[in-house]
Design a protein around this ligand. Structure first.
Ligand code: GDP
Length: 422
């Protein structure tokens, strides 16, 4: 229903640990497949004498999407529980997942970590947990999946719980805020009902854990921030920048500023879903037209905000980063590409100010010579070209970034402080 609070849920975990299957199971158990679709497949399945066809149907569809090479397969699936309307946001296992997760395309409120009991903590388990932590997801539901494969053995479950607990502690996740659930996405154990196969488990089912997640933080009262994705020229209208409103509202008649291009004007028209609207809000994808702005005045990576509270442009900024994977060590002077909202800018890590002990959160070392995979650090960064970015404490939607090099995401970070261009 329209009045349930909304949750954006990320499903994270190593490839093949059962993320898609679990999403299929959630859609199935929450009745999220339209009745007419089920009916159609019920008839088909009855003719063919297939059992359990409804779940099979969901999985077939997910598989089909995957085979068609769709980059986002389980993402954007929706289901409702008693308490919330959930949308599955971007999904790991795809090229852009890590980047999207950081640059705001995903904006998960909470995450379900899937760990196959027969494999335990694997490289992407680690990577995704690091990321979730860095991006401020502070509550995790951990589904220990494929319990059927180990005959629902309690001891094997406990070993994997212990392994994951160690990982969470390593990245300072408060393990009191994690719930562990033995599940089989395939068979449906402990998803909506307690399973007879795990009499030793008396904790929550997955759906109960989802129902009991805390409500997402209300949107901030931050000013308008609209990162520009593209700029079009449309005959009869003129220059039309498009993008998604991250924070604030845009109304016709507003005086806006584009940064770092440093141009502005009055919003003449706003269009959404091919219709003109007087006003647009966070989450809305809009195209709009600003008096006096030409196609070459602005570009992808600019951020649009109110003229009297324009987006910040960094001369330098200080950030907390977590290094996920780097073949050697990172030292001052390193200049990889930073991805922040829709911008991609080469930035130099000018100094490594502090290394943070990830088990305690304390400063482990001042001005270390280098950092490497697994390290968390506070660094000072100098963009090589103007970059609009905001402190995460003020506008979290515009305050995080991914660092990419050699075709990989090597680190993720949050902006602590912006020293603005003068
Ligand atoms: P993903 O890469 O994490 O999305 O993993 P998939 O959902 O595609 O699952 C990978 C493989 O594991 C598939 O062959 C699934 O059928 C299988 N699988 C997923 N969940 C379970 C489970 O609970 N039990 C068993 N036995 N197999 C599972």
């Amino acid at each position: 229903s329209a009045d349930k609070p909304h949750q954006n849920l990320a499903i994270i975990g190593h490839v093949d640990h059962g993320k898609s299957t679990l999403v299929g199971r959630l859609l199935y158990e929450t009745g999220s497949i339209p009745e007419h679709v089920i009916e159609q497949h019920r008839e088909e399945a009855e003719e063919k004498g297939k059992g359990g066809f409804e779940f099979a149907y969901v999985m077939d569809n997910l598989t089909e999407e995957r085979e068609r090479g769709v980059t986002i397969d389980i993402a954007h699936q929706e289901f409702s529980t008693d308490t919330y309307d959930f949308t599955i946001v971007d999904t790991p296992g795809h090229r852009d997942f890590v980047k999207n997760m950081i640059t705001g395309a995903s904006q998960a409120d909470h995450a379900v970590l899937v760990v196959a009991v027969d494999d335990g903590v694997a490289p992407q388990t680690q990577e995704h947990v690091f990321l979730a932590r860095t991006l401020g997801i502070d509550e995790l539901i951990v589904g220990i999946n494929k319990m059927d494969v180990v005959d629902y053995e309690e001891s094997t479950y406990n070993e994997v719980v212990e392994e994951v607990t160690q990982l969470l502690k390593q990245v300072q996740f408060n393990t009191d805020d994690a719930s562990f659930i033995p599940v089989s996405a395939f068979e449906g154990d402990n998803v909506s009902e307690h399973s007879d196969n795990t009499p030793w488990y008396d904790g929550k089912t997955l759906l109960k854990a989802l129902n009991e997640l805390p409500e997402p933080k209300p949107p901030t009262d931050a000013p308008l921030r609209l990162p520009i994705q593209d700029v079009y020229t449309i005959s009869g209208i003129g220059t039309v920048p498009v993008g998604r409103i991250e924070t604030g509202v845009m109304e016709t008649g507003d005086n806006v500023s584009f940064q770092p291009s440093d141009v502005g004007g009055e919003v003449k028209t706003i269009e959404m879903h091919h219709e003109e609207v007087p006003k647009a809000e966070p989450g809305d994808n809009v195209g709009f037209n600003v008096r006096g702005i030409g196609k070459d005045d602005i570009r992808r990576g600019d951020v649009c905000g109110p003229a009297d509270d324009p987006p910040s442009v960094a001369e330098t900024f200080q950030a907390q980063i977590v290094v996920m994977q780097h073949p050697s060590v990172i030292t001052a002077g390193y200049t990889p590409v930073f991805h922040a909202h829709t911008a991609q800018v080469a930035c130099t890590i000018e100094s490594i100010d502090q290394k943070i002990d990830s088990s305690s959160g304390e400063v482990a070392e001042e001005n270390p010579d280098f950092i490497q995979s697994g390290d968390a650090a506070v660094v000072t960064i100098r963009p090589q070209k103007p970059l609009s970015i905001e402190p995460s404490s003020e506008i979290p939607e515009l305050g995080s970034f991914a660092i990419r090099d050699m075709g990989q995401t090597i680190a993720a970070g949050k902006v602590l402080e912006v020293h603005e261009r003068t």
